[in-house]
Write a protein that binds this ligand. Sequence first.
Ligand code: GDG
Length: 492
Amino acid sequence: MSPTTHSDPETKTGSGIKRADLVIVANRLPVDRVVNDDGSVDWRRSPGGLVTAIEPVMRRNDGAWIGWSGGADSDLEPFVEDGLSLIPVPLTEQEIEEFYEGFSNATMWPLYHDVVAKPEFHREWWDAYVRINKRFAKKAAEIAAEDATVWVHDYQMQLVPAMLRELRPDVRIGFFLHIPFPPAELFQQLPWRRQILEGLLGADVVGFQRPGASQNFVRLVRQRVGHKTHRDRIYLPDGRVVQAGSFPISIDTAELDTLARSESVNARAAEIREQLGNPKKVLLGIDRLDYTKGIYDRLRAFGELVADEEVSVEDTVFVQVATPSRERVDQYRMLRDEIDRLVGRLNGDLGRIGSPVIHYMHTSYPKDEMAALFRAADVMVVTPLRDGMNLVAKEYVACRYDEGGALVLSEFAGAADELRQAYMVNPYDINGMKKAIVTAMHAPPRELTRRMRAMRKTVAEHDVKDWADRFLSVLADAQPMHHKQLRPTQDS
Ligand code: GDG
């Protein structure tokens, strides 16, 4: 079917932009805007894994990427950066507050992460979410070539699939959720629960990180929208079939492995250990400063080990890197204060001159410094209270080409499904966490090698290109129509 709303459906949009066979719709563009001293503007590739994963298919398929620039800009034209066609969607200052900081990060984010913080429900935030999703959907409808594939990403864009289908029934639509999808008991709190489910059902394939999330979704659709379902398929009354499924995301394993082996990274890793006073053991946490990451309880557990004298600050250091994140959202400001206070208290009460309990860095580092930190750490501590996947855990494994180092991992991270040889913990169980940290610290090298080798095999076999190829091939093979006679099972 040809698009009806545009003047030249073959190759160009009304505004002269080339149409694309593959369109990525994500909240953010894969570049950051940098304003130079002379006021001129440059774009710098942001380091996210998503662009690495999708870049090769974008190049092969004449792809375009629709997203927000990250600032309150209204006048950005589509542009090509390093061969990638990028289409900015503008947001005003108020829309950033209501759609991004508000509904996306203070409603959806906590609701989908086990309500570890209280989600806020505000009708004007919801209105902004609907409005902005519409803006993205319209842009995608304009850019997509006939019969194109549109891949929509994440919790900020859940209404886009249905809005886009309405505008462009010819395109194939995939949706991938990077964060967890909650059980019905929590999802039901959302005043707009049905609209969100119906928004997602505009896609042909709805992908999640873990099988449990996919099951939560299918069950909710059956209960709340009343559609017939069988296993991971949903049969809509209009004859469409929506397929749900799990597609665990990964990293560019080979690229990180190469970086980790470089001389400069290894020299820097040795220097880091030196600067830390050549301790026997280095423990490391690297997270966005987010309440879902379990930073507070992790540091508390380590503090108790020091207080109990199970660990001595003379020969063991804990380095915690917390990357600044969502700093204008209240919950994140409060978290920062709490962590600042805890680190201050632990260092004040238990530290010695030259030997703090926690080396705390509230900053972000370049990729090679991250790799050097991974190389320098004997124990990587990843203890989120809930996490869609957690790429940091996989990155640590990818950097340990020496097959050394121990990973302590929360069972509530998606990565726990694959990195089974990690020292698994329940992040709510402080004693359990203390025990796992001590066990990992004192594990014999042979045991560490056995575990690390198995985990390395997993991340080598399942990298991010694999993930993108798998999602896109399931989407390409999806059979979007059925011919069953259906009656809804119940009203919502
Ligand atoms: C969401 C989901 C899911 C962090 N600090 C620095 C830095 N990073 C990089 C890490 C990693 C990425 O940021 C963080 O990814 P995570 O997966 O750990 O967590 P979220 O940001 O919450 O991501 C998550 C992910 O989406 C993908 O689907 O796994 O569950 O919540 O790559 O290395 N990178 C650099 N400097 C830093 O200081 N260069």
